[in-house]
Ligand binder design. Structure first.
Ligand code: WQD
Length: 365
């Protein structure tokens, strides 16, 4: 029987069919957030709450930490509705849909390590696509139709030109992870074309930074794959040096270029997409939006900006290129501005300040 756990100020773990929380959770529309204890999911939970929604989190902690729930409660000021369970388990979805009137779903739950996806393809296809199909089945059974899907700019591969728009051709995926996002989008487009679903896919660029409180942030497990957590861990003395993978690319400073978006801007984009879904009120609706800043920054610019805004010097060295890296990708985000009324408002500098603030609050390993 999957656990239904309500977290209050001290962890109260019990198989209680209900709990009377001192702060009755307001009866705002409930939004199921799968993977809601993860990096982007947890920050989106904050933005949902600030926008007057009541988040309901489903997570199995396979790539997150229960401590995130305490951080969320400290930020939100009320106990987090939380279910611990596997997003491939249709039983947990049925339980949640039975116990709560869920207005919409935001589906973050997926494995996302590009390198690992190449070593363990079955694990990635089974989890990332299996969980999506289990969710869609359960939504159909329970008459839930609104879904926001966590997609990625990796669907563009190495674009022929930048910035990429939502009409830029999707290229053959360069990783199993990227392919699960491409296939996920295709599944959703087909489902929304023939069944009463209203679906948005958000193509994230590179999420970085942390909530300004420093109470939640990115928690990579083991050695970070991604740039910014490696930079902050190097700055914290956990890593000796950051290796910049390649400085011989055809870019102004020879290093790769990405669109680094503050995770709080990304979180707020989900609220904008949700409000749009609730407004269109259309069955058989599907659309895709780029969610980035619309500007590109190089790896070296990120490292140098981190040093400048945090008044530090992070040891870095140049090493060989990393296989699978694209040279340059950043987004044209006009459609998100025009249709969703959303635009990123925080700078890379702010993101790197918030990332460092978060790293500094973490216990030293
Ligand atoms: C960025 C740049 C590296 C680490 C991936 C996923 C994408 C999304 C974000 C989920 C690259 C360079 C990195 C290091 C480095 N994930 N780098 N030294 O690969 O653009 O995107 O994460 O949604 O889907 O593909 O992000 O941060 O790994 O790399 O030089 O120690 O930093 O080579 O040029 P990436 P990243």
């Amino acid at each position: 029987m999957p656990k239904c756990t309500y977290y209050t100020h001290s962890f109260v773990t019990a198989n209680m069919p209900f709990v009377t929380s001192p702060l009755l959770i307001c009866q705002a529309m409930k939004i199921l957030v799968t993977g809601g204890a993860g990096f982007i999911g947890s920050h989106t939970v904050v933005s949902l709450s600030e926008a007057g929604f009541t988040p309901v989190i489903l997570d199995n902690f396979s790539n997150s930490n229960p401590e995130v729930l305490a951080g969320l409660e400290a930020i939100l000021g009320y106990p987090v509705i939380f279910y611990e369970g596997d997003c491939n388990d249709s039983g947990i979805y049925s339980r949640i849909f039975t116990e709560h009137e869920i207005g919409s779903i935001i589906h973050f739950a997926a494995y996302k390590a590009v390198g690992e996806s190449m070593e363990q393809p079955l694990k990635y296809y089974r989890n990332n696509l299996g969980s999506l199909l289990a969710l869609l089945d359960s939504m159909q059974q329970h008459g839930a139709g609104n879904l926001i899907f966590s997609s990625s700019c990796t669907v563009y591969g190495e674009p022929d030109q930048v910035p990429v728009t939502e009409n830029t051709p999707v290229k053959p995926a360069s990783s199993v992870y990227g392919n699960t996002k491409q296939i996920g989008e295709e599944i959703l487009q087909d489902v929304a074309s023939s069944l009463p679903f209203s679906i948005i896919s958000l193509r994230y660029f590179n999420p970085v930074g942390a909530h300004p409180s420093g109470l939640i942030g990115e928690l990579p497990i083991g050695v970070p794959n991604n740039l910014v957590p490696f930079v902050t861990q190097t700055a914290a003395g956990i890593r000796e040096v950051i290796t910049i993978f390649g400085n011989d690319y055809p870019t102004p400073d020879g290093t790769c270029i990405r669109d680094y978006i503050h995770v709080m801007d990304l979180a707020e984009a989900h609220v904008a997409a949700l409000n749009h879904l609730l407004k269109v009120k259309r069955e058989k609706y599907y659309d895709v939006f780029n969610v980035g800043t619309g500007t590109g920054n190089s790896v070296l610019e990120v490292v140098n900006t981190f040093d400048q805004v945090n008044n530090m010097h992070v040891a870095h060295q140049f090493g060989p290129r990393r296989s699978g890296d694209v040279i340059a990708v950043w987004g044209n985000v006009d459609k998100s501005a025009e249709v969703l009324g959303w635009k990123a408002s925080r700078s890379l500098a702010q993101a790197l300040k918030d990332a460092w603030n978060w790293q500094n609050r973490l216990p030293k390993p």
